[in-house]
Ligand binder design. Structure first.
Ligand code: ADP
Ligand code: MG
Length: 695
C-alpha cells in the first residue's frame, strides 16, 4: 500500500502527469493523497500555531495552494468547530458553491453537501443544523450581521479572496474590526492570493502575515505583435494552433469577459475543429456564473485519454477556482467591471482592459503543475500604457445604496467616518443617500426611517424592496412579490441561435401591452396555470430553470413578508399593479420625445425602448414610462418598462415633480418641498425638478 502511495504522490508532483486521474486508486485514497500534495499541507502545523496564538492573521499563498479548501478542514480538525461554525466568505457565488461541493467530498473521507459542509448564497441555502464548515458569499455574512451583530454563530471567519476587493468584503473589513474588539474569542483569517497583504494586516493593527511557500514553474509569456481587433477570433485561432502543434497532455485555459463571448468562443472552436481533417478530439468547456452547477463541475474533471481540454472562463478562473492540468493560457486582456456611471445615475457593466496584476495572475495559471506558456492577445505597449497596475476596488466605482442602507441599519451614524479600507468617494456616499432619501428610507437628517429599516430586511436592492412596500400599499403585494422574483432571476425568455423568429413570436404572445413588468407576471401566472410543466416551457421558449428559480425566490420573499406581518393583498386589476410600479420607480422615469424615443427625467439623456420590450413590440409609445434598468450599448436603452400616468409619478415623488395646474395650496406645498430638497441638494447636487404637464 505504501508503494502505491508513494508512486501516486510522485505522479502528483510530476509536471506532465494529469493530476487526479489515477484510476487505480479509490476516490477516498486519491483525495487524501491530493490533499497532502497541496503546498498548504507542508506548513499546516506552523499555520495552526499562528492561528492559535493570534486573533487575527493574514495568509498569503499562490492560487491553488489549498487556502480555500484546506484551511476550513484543518480548523475543524483542531477543534474550532466546537465553539461555533467555521465560516468562509467568497466574493463569487460560483466559487462558494463549487468549493463547498469539493470540501464536502473531502471532509472526513466524504460527506454529503449541505450536511457538515454547506454553503449559503442569496436565495439558496444549503446548510443544516449539522453544518460546521460553511462557505458563503461575503454579501450573506454582511446580511447575517444585521440579525447577529456579534456574529455569535461563528468561531472563525475566513475572509477569502480579500485581494479581489469586492464591495462586500471591503465593508466586512470595517464591520469585523468592530466585532473582534468585542469578541476576543472570534478568530479572523484573511487570505489573499497576492503579496500586497500589508494593507490588510495594518488595518487590523499589525496582524501577522504568513506566506505559504509557493511551488510555481516558469511561464513563457508572448505578447501580440500588433493589436488584435477581435479577441474572440484571436483566442480561437491561438487555441487551434496550440491544439495542432503541442503534444498532450496540456490543457488550455482561455480568459474571456462574460457569458456571451464565452459562448461565441466555444461555438467557434467547435466549428473550427470540425473543419480540420482528422482532428485530435478537443473537450470544450465554458465556465461563468450563470452556468448550471453540474456543468460548472465538469471543468474539474480530467480530460479523457487522448483528449485535450479547453476551458473558456471569466476571471473566476483567475484566483477563485483552480483547474489542474493547465499548461497554456490565452488571455483576451479584458474583463467586465461593474462601474457606477454618474451620468446614468446607476451601475453598468463595462468592458475594460484587465489590470496588470490580473494579467499576471492569469499567466500564472499556466505554471502551476509544470512550465507553461501564456499567449496575451494584446501588445506589450498596451500592457504598459492601457492597463492599470491593479484593479480599482469595487467600493470606489459602484453604487453604494445597498451598503449604505445596511450600514445605517447596523447603527453606523456617520458613514463618512466608517473605517473603510479605502474610503469610497464622498460624493458616491452622498448620491446613494440622496437616492435612499427619495425612496423614503432616510429622513432629512440622514437618519433611517421606519420604512428604511423594513427595506433592509429584504435581501434586495432597495428599489426592489420598495416595490414590495408599494405593492402592499396598492393592494397587490403578491403580484409585486412575483414581479420582484422574476426580476431577480436570469432572463426567462430564451432566444436560441437559429430560432430567433420562433422564439420572438412565442414571447410576443405573453405581452401585456403597457408593461414589461406585467408581462413577467403574466408569464409566471401562465406557467403556474400550466402546472409548471417542462414541456410547456419548451413550447413557449421559456427557461424552466429560471422559472423554478423564480418560484424559489418568491417563496423566500413570502417568508419574509409573513414574518414582517405584511398584508398579503392580491388583485387582478392590472392598473393597480402599474400604479404600484410607478410609485416604486418614480425616480427612474422618462418622457416621450418621439416614436420609441424618450428623455430621461433626471439625467436629461435620450434613451430608447429596448427592442425586446412589450411596448416596443406592440408599437405603444406612451407619454411617460418608468424603467427597471438602463442598458448601455451603442445607445442607451431602457429595459423592463411600464407605461405610467404622470399623476402617479407626482404623487409618489413630489420632491421630483410639480404639477403645473395645482392651486395656491399646491404651489405652497411645492415651495416647501423645494426648500427641503435644496437643503439636501446643497450637499448632494441633484439635477433639476421635472415639471409635469397636467391634463
Ligand atoms: P487556493 O484557495 O489556495 O487557491 P484551493 O483550495 O481552491 O486553493 O484549491 C486547492 C486544490 O483543490 C486545487 O488543486 C484545485 O484544483 C482543487 N479543487 C478545488 N475545487 C475543486 C473542485 N470543485 N473539484 C476538484 N478539484 C477542486
Ligand atoms: Mg481560493
Amino acid at each position: 500500500k505504501d508503494m502505491k502511495f508513494s508512486t501516486a504522490l510522485k505522479r502528483q508532483k510530476n509536471p506532465s502527469s494529469n493530476d487526479g486521474a489515477d484510476a487505480t486508486l479509490n476516490t477516498a485514497e486519491s483525495v487524501a493523497i491530493t490533499r497532502r500534495s497541496l503546498p498548504v499541507y507542508s506548513v499546516k502545523n506552523q499555520l495552526m500555531n499562528i492561528i492559535r496564538e493570534h486573533q487575527i492573521c493574514v495568509i498569503v499563498g499562490e492560487t491553488g495552494s489549498g487556502k480555500t479548501t484546506q484551511l476550513t478542514q484543518y480548523l475543524e480538525e483542531e477543534g474550532y468547530a466546537r465553539f461555533g461554525i467555521i465560516g468562509c466568505t467568497q466574493p463569487r457565488r460560483v466559487a462558494a458553491v463549487s468549493v463547498a461541493q469539493r470540501v464536502s467530498e473531502e471532509f472526513h473521507g466524504g460527506s454529503e453537501l449541505g450536511q457538515q459542509v454547506g454553503y449559503t448564497i442569496r436565495f439558496e441555502d444549503s446548510t443544516s443544523e449539522k453544518t460546521v464548515i460553511k462557505y458563503m458569499t461575503d454579501g450573506i455574512l454582511l446580511r447575517e450581521s444585521l440579525g447577529d451583530p456579534e456574529l455569535e454563530r461563528y468561531s472563525v471567519i475566513i475572509m477569502d479572496e480579500a485581494h479581489e476587493r469586492s464591495l462586500n468584503t471591503d465593508v466586512l473589513f470595517g464591520v469585523l474590526r468592530g466585532v473582534v474588539t468585542r469578541r476576543q474569542d472570534l478568530k479572523v483569517i484573511i487570505t489573499s492570493a497576492t503579496l500586497n497583504a500589508e494593507k490588510f494586516a495594518n488595518f487590523f493593527g499589525a496582524a501577522p502575515i504568513f506566506k505559504i511557500p509557493g511551488r510555481t514553474f516558469p511561464v513563457d509569456t508572448f505578447f501580440s505583435k500588433t493589436p488584435i481587433e477581435d479577441y474572440v477570433d484571436g483566442a480561437v485561432w491561438q487555441a487551434i494552433q496550440i491544439h495542432i502543434q503541442a503534444p498532450l497532455p496540456g490543457d488550455i485555459l482561455i480568459f474571456m469577459t462574460g457569458q456571451e463571448d464565452i459562448e461565441t468562443t466555444c461555438e467557434a472552436l467547435a466549428e473550427k475543429i470540425g473543419r480540420l481533417e482528422k482532428p485530435r478530439p478537443l473537450l470544450i468547456l465554458p465556465i461563468y456564473s450563470q452556468l448550471a452547477a453540474d456543468l460548472q463541475a465538469k471543468i474539474f474533471e480530467p480530460a479523457p485519454e487522448g483528449y485535450r481540454k479547453v476551458v473558456v472562463a471569466t476571471n473566476i478562473a483567475e484566483t477563485s477556482l483552480t483547474i489542474n492540468g493547465i499548461h497554456y493560457v490565452i488571455d483576451s486582456g479584458y474583463c467586465k467591471l461593474k462601474t457606477y456611471n454618474p451620468r446614468l445615475g446607476m451601475d453598468a457593466l463595462l468592458l475594460c482592459p484587465a489590470s496588470q496584476s490580473s494579467a499576471n495572475q492569469r499567466s500564472g495559471r499556466a505554471g502551476r503543475t509544470g512550465p507553461g506558456k501564456c499567449y496575451r492577445l494584446f501588445t506589450s505597449s498596451a500592457y504598459v500604457t492601457e492597463m492599470l497596475d491593479t484593479n480599482v476596488p469595487e467600493i470606489q466605482r459602484t453604487n453604494l445604496s445597498h451598503v449604505v442602507l445596511l450600514l445605517k441599519t447596523l447603527g453606523v451614524k456617520d458613514l463618512l467616518d466608517f473605517p473603510f479600507l479605502d474610503p469610497p468617494p464622498a460624493e458616491n456616499i452622498l448620491k446613494s443617500m440622496l437616492g435612499l432619501w427619495l425612496l423614503g428610507a432616510f429622513d432629512l437628517d440622514g437618519n433611517l426611517t421606519k420604512l428604511g429599516r423594513r427595506m433592509a430586511i429584504f435581501p434586495l436592492d432597495p428599489a426592489l424592496s420598495n416595490l414590495l412596500f408599494r405593492g402592499e400599499e396598492f393592494g397587490c403585494l403578491l403580484e409585486a412579490v412575483t414581479i420582484v422574483a422574476m426580476l431577480s432571476v436570469p432572463n426567462v425568455f430564451m432566444r436560441p441561435h437559429g430560432r430567433e423568429d420562433e422564439s420572438d413570436s412565442a414571447r410576443e404572445k405573453f405581452f401585456v401591452p403597457e408593461s414589461d413588468h406585467l408581462t413577467l407576471l403574466h408569464v409566471y401566472q401562465r406557467w403556474r396555470a400550466a402546472g409548471c410543466r417542462t414541456d410547456w416551457c419548451a413550447k413557449h421558449y421559456i427557461s424552466g430553470k429560471s422559472m423554478r428559480k423564480a418560484r424559489e425566490v418568491r417563496e423566500q420573499l413570502l417568508e419574509i413578508v409573513r414574518s414582517e406581518g405584511m398584508a398579503e393583498t392580491s388583485t387582478d386589476e392590472w392598473d393597480s399593479i402599474r400604479r404600484a410600479i410607478a410609485s416604486a420607480f418614480f425616480y427612474q422615469a422618462a418622457r416621450r420625445k418621439g416614436i420609441g424615443e424618450y428623455i430621461n427625467i433626471r439625467s436629461g439623456v435620450v434613451c430608447g425602448l429596448h427592442p425586446t420590450s412589450a411596448l416596443y413590440g406592440t408599437g405603444l409609445s406612451p407619454d411617460y414610462v418608468v424603467y427597471h434598468e438602463l442598458i448601455m450599448t451603442r445607445k442607451e436603452y431602457m429595459s423592463c418598462v411600464t407605461a405610467v400616468d404622470p399623476h402617479w409619478l407626482a404623487e409618489a415623488g413630489p420632491a421630483l415633480y410639480i404639477l403645473k395646474q395645482a392651486g395656491e395650496e399646491g404651489v405652497q406645498a411645492a415651495k416647501r418641498l423645494r426648500e427641503r430638497r435644496a437643503k439636501i441638494e446643497d450637499q448632494m447636487r441633484l439635477s433639476s425638478q421635472e415639471t409635469l404637464e397636467s391634463k
